[in-house]
Design a protein around this ligand. Structure first.
Ligand SMILES: [Fe+2]
Length: 308
């Protein structure tokens, strides 16, 4: 391929991505329309439940004897609503990860690692819930990234990198479109800042230090820990040093995290993960080890059949 054709291709990639964003055509993506349908059902149930809660409040004043029954019923309904909200968010995050087999389970693992960090830092139950939903949905913007870029083997060109980095902006836009319960209002902001770096060299907004939400700083560490310790289509890097596609050793992964403390990562979050290293290694065993073995088998079968 000559230089001119590479340039045209890269220009085209950026142009296409800009057009998709301008037209909001991500809404035509089947994943997004499924998401919208699920959301509409959720909002309907939420409205109905709010009405029932109001009704029960009125009856509580007039009909004390009915109070307990209604309270129990409402509590049950809210519980079911909470469960259906969680299962729909989980289904959505699985669907996004499934766009590429190698990232299957990524959002779930990032969520588990983030909760482990959050508990160790001493977050409240409500804060852990907020962190959980931001973690589950942090990569939802990948819905808008073309498969050719998302599943590319090897390093991105500059143009592809621009398109890929847009997923953080899309995460914000998609989540901001949702009428989330008040307790989760910060989810779009927290989720979309998971690639910001403490020294201001991250994306999408090059935020620096405490301008990055603390929960986004937790997500950043969990996200990179999972990327380093999972199988990937691209080689892993530590500065100029290039590594393979396979998961890094725990020693290497933890030493990279430590080295980036104060630059990419928040020192408090890094000191927590170093303190909790054995819990993280156990979690990795539970969440990632089997998954990686299966991926290796899939990959070798595919290469025997000539698919890789
Ligand atoms: Fe991401």
């Amino acid at each position: 391929m000559n230089k001119e054709s590479i340039f045209t291709t890269e220009e085209q990639i950026i142009k296409n991505a800009e057009q998709v964003i301008k037209d909001d055509s991500y809404r035509n993506n089947p994943l997004f329309s499924q998401f919208s349908d699920l959301l509409q059902s959720y909002q309907k149930i939420f409205k109905q439940t709010k009405m029932l809660v109001k009704l029960s409040d009125k009856q509580q004043a007039r009909l004390n004897e009915m109070n307990k029954t209604l309270e129990t019923e409402n509590y049950q309904l809210m519980l079911e609503l909470g469960q259906s909200f969680e299962s729909f968010v989980r289904a959505l995050s699985i669907a996004v990860d499934a766009k590429h087999p190698l990232t299957a389970g990524h959002s779930d693992r990032v969520t588990e690692y983030s909760i482990c960090l959050g508990k160790s830092i001493g977050l409240s139950e409500d804060e852990l819930e907020l962190l959980k939903y931001a973690a589950l949905l942090h990569d939802i913007g990948k819905i808008g990234v073309p498969d050719a870029v998302l599943t590319k083997k090897g390093r991105f060109t500059d143009a592809e990198r621009i398109v890929m980095n847009q997923h953080a902006v899309w995460t914000y836009r998609i989540l901001n479109d949702i009428n989330l319960p008040q307790a989760f209002e910060e989810v779009p902001h927290i989720a979309s800042c998971h690639h910001e770096k403490l020294d201001g060299t991250g994306y999408p907004n090059e935020l620096r230090g405490k301008k990055i939400h603390f929960f986004s700083r937790i997500l950043a560490v969990s996200d990179v820990f999972d990327a380093l310790t999972s199988l990937r289509d691209y080689r892993k890097y530590d500065g100029d040093k290039e590594f393979g596609f396979d998961p890094m050793s725990m020693n290497m992964a933890f030493s990279i995290l430590k080295k980036e403390s104060g630059l990419h990562f928040d020192p408090e979050v890094i000191s927590t993960i170093l303190k909790e290293r054995s819990s993280f290694e156990d979690l990795w065993q539970q969440l990632a080890a089997n998954h990686i073995e299966r991926q290796k088998v899939d990959r070798s079968v595919a290469s025997v059949n000539g698919f890789v």
